[in-house]
Design a protein around this ligand. Structure first.
Ligand code: FAD
Length: 228
C-alpha cells in the first residue's frame, strides 16, 4: 500500500531508494525487518529492470562453474575487469537465480524441466536464463512487485524522488524527498537509521541512451544537506 507524507514523519529503520530489481530484491531479502521502499515511479515503471530483454548469465547448467563464468568475463573485459569482483559476482549468480525462482520468476525450462540456458556473447558455455524468450526483465519485476505486495514488513512509497541525503555528525541520518514531477511541492524529511541507494543507472546524463527517464543520477550522494 502506498503511504501518505503524513505517515512518514517518524524514524524508519531502513529506507531503500529505488523500485527496480536491486531495490525490490533488497527489501525482500531484509524481510521481516521493516523497510520503507521509495520509488520515483509506480513499481514496474521507470526502471531499467523492467526493460531488460536479454536474460541473466549464471552458471546454473550441469558442468558449468562460476570460475569458468568469471574466466570468460575477465577475458572479454580488455583488462578492465576486477577479477575478485568478477569471481564474487559469478559465484553469487546461481544462488540468486534460485532466489528469483523462489519469488515466483518463471524462468524458461527445457523438456526435462531444467532451467533452459542459452549461449550468448562472449560466454564459452550455455549460461543465459530467460523468461518467455525476451521477457525476463518485465517478468522479474512483476514477480518481485507481487512478492513485495504480500510482504507486510515492506512499506511502499511510490511517486517520490529522493533529492538529498541528510547527514548528522558525519553519518547519514535520512533523506530529503519531494513529490515526483512537482518541483513546487514542499520537500519533506524522512529520518532513517540506514539508507540504501538502489537508484539504477545514469544514462540520462548523456544525450543518447536506452535507459528510462528516471535513470538520471538525481539521487547521487551529493548534494548533502545537514539535518536542521
Ligand atoms: C533497454 C535495456 C535492456 C537491458 N537488457 C539487459 C539484459 O538483457 N540483461 C541484463 O542482465 N541486463 C540488462 N540491462 C541492464 C539491467 O536492466 C540493469 O543493470 C538493472 O535492471 C539495474 O537494476 P537497478 O535496480 O539497479 O536499476 P533500475 O531497474 O533502473 O531501478 C532504479 C529505480 O530507482 C528509481 N529512482 C531513480 N532515481 C530515484 C530517485 N532520485 N528517487 C527515487 N527513486 C529513484 C527508479 O524510478 C527505479 O525504480 C538492460 C538495461 C536496459 C536499459
Amino acid at each position: 500500500m502506498t503511504n501518505t507524507i503524513h505517515n512518514l514523519t517518524r524514524t524508519d529503520d531502513i529506507v531503500i531508494v529505488g523500485g527496480g530489481l536491486a531495490g525490490l530484491f533488497c527489501a525482500l531479502k531484509l524481510a521481516p525487518r521493516p523497510v520503507t521502499l521509495i520509488s520515483a515511479a509506480p513499481l514496474g515503471q521507470g526502471a531499467s529492470s523492467a526493460w531488460a530483454q536479454g536474460g541473466i548469465a549464471a552458471a546454473v547448467a550441469e558442468g558449468d562453474t562460476p570460475e569458468a563464468h568469471a574466466t570468460d568475463t575477465i577475458a572479454v573485459g580488455g583488462g578492465l575487469v576486477d577479477e575478485v569482483v568478477a569471481l564474487g559476482i559469478a559465484r553469487e549468480a546461481a544462488p540468486r537465480i534460485h532466489d528469483l525462482l523462489s519469488y515466483g520468476v518463471p524462468f524458461d525450462r527445457d523438456l526435462e524441466g531444467r532451467l533452459a540456458v542459452g549461449r550468448e556473447a562472449a560466454h564459452s558455455a550455455r549460461r543465459i536464463v530467460h523468461v518467455r524468450g525476451d521477457g525476463a526483465g518485465a517478468a522479474i519485476i512483476a514477480a518481485l512487485s507481487e512478492a513485495v505486495g504480500r510482504t507486510p514488513s515492506i512499506r511502499l512509497v511510490e511517486g517520490f524522488v529522493a533529492e538529498a541525503l541528510l547527514v548528522e555528525d558525519g553519518t547519514v541520518a535520512g533523506l530529503q524527498l519531494r513529490e515526483a514531477g512537482n518541483f513546487q511541492a514542499n520537500p519533506f524529511l524522512l529520518a532513517s537509521r540506514a539508507v540504501v541507494l538502489a537508484t539504477g543507472g545514469i544514462g540520462h546524463l548523456y544525450a543518447v541512451t536506452t535507459n528510462p527517464m528516471e535513470a538520471s543520477g538525481s539521487a547521487s550522494p551529493s548534494p548533502r544537506v545537514p539535518v536542521p
